[in-house]
Design a binder for this molecule. Sequence first.
Ligand code: NAD
Ligand code: DAU
Length: 339
Amino acid sequence: MRVLVTGGAGFIGSAFIRTTIAADESAEIVNLDKLTYAGNLENLAEIENHPRYRFVQGDICDAALLDGLFASSRFDAVVHFAAESHVDRSILSPDPVFETNLRGAFRLLEAARMHNVARFVHISTDEVYGSIDPPHEASENYPLRASSPYSASKAGSDLLALSYFTTYRLPVIVTRASNNYGPYQFPEKLIPLMISNALEDRRLPVYGDGMQVRDWLYVDDHCRAIREVLKKGREGEIYNIGGNCSLPNLEVIRRILEAAHKPESLLETVKDRPGHDRRYALSSAKLMAETGWKPLTGFDEGLARTIDWYRQNSGWVKRVKSGEYQNYYALNYGARGTV
Ligand code: NAD
Ligand code: DAU
């Protein structure tokens, strides 16, 4: 099976490539990635010379590049991860978000349609459902209520992808996952930011009261779910993928401090994120019933593994935290101050 993975140099895409090459001997993977600030070929060092893997640097908005690549590679499937994936950056600078997440998705769907691809998995997020009051949780037909430029762009691309099934019968499947964590995650997201700051004895910036709830999914469990969907998912359908592990941010941060043997005095309350969603909650019952998938990594086990990885890979952390990251950090946190 020849698979085009977009955004494979990022956090989840690289985990998907590493684990799929190992899990499925029939998988031949081409990784198309623009290498934005979030793309890092170090994440794929262990398989860079593998005979069933090839990297192509390029932009999913580039129609000519896509046409040539689809014509020469004759993909059986596309797994589309490439995106601007960070909410805070989408608030500071929405332009690249709409360019990649909407125009890029459109270009890719067009290429898949023109070249008759047999399966197109569009990777999306539980953020499209917006904030959900307890005790409710979103099933796949829950209304869309995006709060940030990022989630609006993902909701838009979900609808676009599904319209390609309805209109052109392109075999599209949409997956919507909850918050991922694990090794190689860029330290702009909550868990790797808090781990790397704690290990460096820096302050841990908590937005608002820290009682916002997220459902945590270990990245390898997410990748296994995507492989199940690729094999057994029904065309034109949406599948939620949750970690079954809902926690308030403060609890997550306290567990990180405890596991890293660092004091609570590192916590610092800062100005809240505008439009901050209070709670995400989703049901994965459909995916479980149709494929037998369930998350296998408990939060404490996954967190311990993740902290250990960041401890062992201080060189990786140092490199990704240099340069552009410093400007982003000053821009996002400099203006927030301590509340
Ligand atoms: P990431 O930011 O770590 O990686 C994104 C990758 O896409 C990078 O390698 C980047 O270089 C590449 N990219 C960006 N723009 C591109 C373009 N125009 N052309 C080609 N490549 C481009 O993201 P992630 O956290 O791995 O998320 C991957 C996908 O999963 C995204 O679609 C995201 O919306 C979705 N998702 C993420 C989470 C999460 O918790 N991280 C949860 C649910 C869904
Ligand atoms: O729910 C899935 C989504 O999870 C994905 O679609 C996104 O790509 C991914 O970035 C993530 O979005 P969140 O906004 O939930 O993740 P983030 O790690 O940015 O923040 C998680 C929570 O932690 C959120 O309530 C904001 C809070 N937070 C975050 C940062 C970076 C803080 O309190 N302080 C921080 O410094």
